[in-house]
Design a protein around this ligand. Structure first.
Ligand code: CA
Ligand code: CA
Length: 344
C-alpha cells in the first residue's frame, strides 16, 4: 500500500494509521471499528529515572560532539533504505538523550507554547472529519484484544482526543513523576519550536544516521535486535515479554550509550528529522542503462529515525541507524519524540 498523499489525507474522514508495504506511517486516514483496549500483560517496571554519566567541563551540558565524516548512508533491509549513497557530514553537537518531559515543560513554562495536539487539527481539515475527530488529540498505541490481520496497523493505533504531551495516552494519563521520560505526542512544528527556543535545530536525516552509526562508515550486516535499546520482545502487538526491562517507554539513558555518548538513538521513541519524506534515497547518477531516479518528497511528511519501543523482529526491524519511516508533520504519536543539534 502506497503512502497516502496529502490530497488523500484531506478527503479522509477519520484519524488513524495506515500500514504501508514496508512500514507504518501515522497519518490521517479512515478509522476501522474501534477494538477493545487490553491492558498490557506485563506491567512496566517502576523505574522512573536512570543515572547519566557526569560531563565535567562540558561546553554544552547535555550534548555531545559528533565529529564530521563520510559514510555510506542507508541499509538493505527495507526498500525505503536504498539505494546506499555516499554522504559527507560536518561535525555538530547533539543532545545525548531524547528531549525529556522536564525539558519540554521548561520550554512551555517559559514561552506559553501550545502544542499541535492541544490545539487540534488544522481548521481546513476539520470540515472533512467526523465530529469526534475534530477534537484535539494524538495517536496512541493500544494493545489490541486480538489481531485479525497483522498487516493492518489500524488494529493497534487509535486517535485519542485529549492525548497530548501532558497526557500521552489520553486525558486519564499524566506525566507526573515522569520528568525523565522522553516527551511524546509532539508534532514537527512543536519540535522545531523547542529547538529554536534553545538556539538549536533538529537534525537532518544524514546527521541523525551518522550520529547513530557512531563512526561506522558502513551499515552493519548484523540486523539482529540490539540488546542496548528499548524495543519489543515477544509477538507484536499482543505479547510483550519486556526482556529489555521495559514494556513501554523507558526514561532516557537507561541503556548503554553508543561510541559518541548518545543514548537511545535506537529504540525508545522515534525521532524527527528535518528531511521531507521520500520513499527511497535519491540516486542522482542512476544505474547503468537506467534513468536516474529521484524520489519526490511527500508534502507534509518527515523522515523519522531510530525505531521505538514497539519495534520487534517479527514485525518491524527498524531498530537500526539506516531504518527510516514517514510521519505526518502535524500528528503527534505516543512513540515519537525528538532531539536537537547545534553547529557550534
Ligand atoms: Ca522494551
Ligand atoms: Ca530514540
Amino acid at each position: 500500500m502506497a503512502v497516502p498523499s496529502k490530497k488523500i489525507l484531506l478527503i479522509s474522514i477519520a484519524l488513524v494509521t495506515v500500514c504501508v508495504a514496508a512500514g507504518v506511517v501515522l497519518t490521517r486516514q479512515r478509522a476501522p471499528e474501534a477494538v477493545p483496549v487490553k491492558v498490557a500483560s506485563k506491567r512496566a517496571p517502576e523505574v522512573t529515572q536512570c543515572t547519566l554519566p557526569a560531563q565535567p567541563d562540558a561546553k554544552h551540558p547535555g550534548m555531545v560532539w559528533v565529529p564530521g565524516g563520510s559514510y555510506d548512508m542507508g541499509d538493505t533491509v527495507y526498500p525505503e533504505e536504498s539505494p546506499i549513497q555516499k554522504v559527507k557530514v560536518a561535525g555538530f553537537w547533539m543532545d545525548r538523550t531524547e528531549v525529556t518531559n522536564a525539558e519540554f515543560a521548561a520550554f512551555v513554562k517559559a514561552t506559553g507554547y501550545v502544542t499541535d495536539a492541544e490545539r487540534g487539527p488544522d481548521p481546513k481539515l476539520q470540515a472533512a472529519l467526523p465530529p469526534e475527530m475534530r477534537l484535539p488529540g494524538a495517536v496512541v498505541f493500544v494493545v489490541p484484544a486480538n489481531v485479525n490481520n497483522q498487516g493492518s496497523a489500524m488494529q493497534w493505533w487509535r486517535y485519542v482526543p485529549g492525548a497530548n504531551w501532558r497526557h500521552p495516552a489520553g486525558p486519564a494519563t499524566s506525566i507526573e513523576g515522569r520528568d525523565a521520560f522522553p516527551v511524546v505526542a509532539v508534532s514537527y512544528a512543536d519540535a522545531k519550536a523547542y529547538a529554536k527556543w534553545k538556539g538549536r535545530s533538529l537534525p537532518s536525516e544524514a546527521q541523525w544516521e551518522w550520529a547513530a552509526r557512531a563512526g561506522q562508515p558502513q551499515a552493519s550486516k548484523d540486523h539482529a535486535q540490539p540488546k542496548d535499546a528499548n524495543s519489543w520482545q515477544g509477538i507484536f502487538p499482543m505479547v510483550n515479554s519486556a526482556e529489555d526491562g521495559f514494556t513501554g517507554l523507558a526514561p532516557v539513558g537507561c541503556y548503554a550509550a553508543n561510541a559518541y555518548g548518545l543514548f537511545d538513538m535506537i529504540g525508545n521513541v522515534w525521532e524527527f528529522t528535518t528531511d521531507a519524506w521520500r520513499p527511497f534515497h535519491g540516486d542522482p547518477e542512476g544505474k547503468p542503462d537506467q534513468a536516474p531516479r529521484m524520489a519526490q518528497t511527500v508534502a507534509g511528511q518527515r523522515v523519522i529515525k531510530g525505531g521505538s519501543y514497539l519495534c520487534s523482529p517479527d514485525y518491524c526491524m527498524r531498530y537500526r541507524a539506516g531504518a527510516r519511516q514517514p510521519q505526518d508533520d502535524d500528528l503527534g504519536a505516543s512513540h515519537l519524540g525528538f532531539r536537537t543539534v547545534m553547529q557550534r
